[in-house]
Design a protein around this ligand. Structure first.
Ligand SMILES: NC(=[NH2+])NCCC[C@H](N)C(=O)O
Ligand SMILES: [Mn+2]
Ligand SMILES: [Mn+2]
Length: 308
């Protein structure tokens, strides 16, 4: 297995929703031994500690429900900058923080991809589509908007202008089981490949993922993976503020990670929405670390062939 130059970037973003706790996420991953686990697999690890948001400026939005706009803009600025830089130096892993961190991490990955003239693809592992804009969100929670931002939807005027838009046809969502009406309407007119849990129940999780990975391969694309804890079933991953029943099982989740590893396509990763305050003796943090290990090459044993 080729060793990767992993760059661990702590992003204690907690502004994307009202319930606090994701700011403790980076330390929970450290406590669960993320860095040691990846080292044992033979990877090189660079730890950047926790980054901070850019200085806050006044910002406003027509939608008065929108929560902590300035802070999320500040995070988007600093994260986009560190993501673009880290993508040029290795394999960035963002230790979140809530999902609003992906406004910045994906924007930065897209900027990097454009700078090397390669298309960026995004795999969204989530119960939710996170395709709102500040104008359509009913909750006002900006962790529900990152895919809206990076695909260039209107309504993000207060945010840093996107250096490069991710075309909706380059986005694949897996694990959906909670989609708001406004998001569902917008999804219809987009080219995103959205796979809900029913789709996965009927067809399995490998089939849609392999089809997507083939497209990434054929386009010689870079691939950003955004893993929201609530992709997983709450019975195995309770530490998230937005649990939805009926999520990915332990084996489905590991299979996704193993297929991603085999594709050798993943170039950046977000681990988001872990709220250690809601965890049970660290089990969700531990599982997220195990899944990251599978994505980075841990396997049960080295199979001589894969044709049985
Ligand atoms: N990243 C997340 N957990 N997003 C949940 C979003 C939930 C809901 N769609 C909202 O906009 O409020
Ligand atoms: Mn999410
Ligand atoms: Mn979610």
């Amino acid at each position: 297995m080729t060793p990767r130059n992993c760059i661990l970037i702590g992003a204690p973003v907690d502004s994307g929703k009202r319930r606090r706790g994701c700011q403790m996420g980076p330390d929970a991953y450290r406590t669960a031994g993320l860095s040691e686990t990846l080292k044992e697999l033979g990877h090189n690890i660079r730890e950047l500690g926790n980054i901070q948001h850019a200085p806050l400026r006044e910002a406003s939005c027509e939608n008065e429900m929108v929560y902590a706009l300035s802070e999320t803009i500040g995070w988007t600025e600093s994260l986009a900058e560190s993501a673009a830089k880290a993508c040029g130096e290795g394999f960035p892993i963002f230790l979140g923080g809530d999902h609003s961190l992906s406004l910045g991490s994906v924007a930065g990955a897209a900027a990097y991809a454009a700078s090397v003239d390669r298309p960026l693809f995004v795999l969204w592992l989530d119960a939710h589509t996170d395709y709102h804009t500040p104008l359509t969100t009913g909750s006002g929670h900006l962790h529900g908007t990152p895919l809206g931002y990076v695909t260039g939807r209107e309504g993000f005027e207060a945010f840093p202008p996107l250096p490069a838009v991710v075309p909706t046809e380059n986005v694949c969502l897996l694990g959906l089981r909670s989609v708001d009406a406004a998001e569902s309407a917008a999804l219809q007119t987009s080219e995103m490949q959205a796979h809900d849990m029913r789709d996965i129940d009927e067809n399995g999780i490998a089939r849609p993922l392999k089809a997507f990975l083939d497209r990434v391969e054929n386009a010689n694309g870079l691939l950003h993976v955004s893993l929201d804890v609530d992709f997983l079933d709450p019975s195995i991953a309770p530490a998230v503020g937005t649990t939805v029943p009926g999520g990915a099982t332990y084996r489905e989740a590991h299979l996704v990670m193993e297929l991603l590893h085999d594709s050798e396509r993943v170039t950046s990763l977000d681990l988001v929405e872990l709220n250690p305050f809601l965890d049970e003796r660290g089990r969700t943090a531990n599982l997220m670390v195990e899944l990251t290990a599978s994505l980075l090459g841990r396997r049960v044993f080295d199979r001589p062939t894969r044709s049985y």
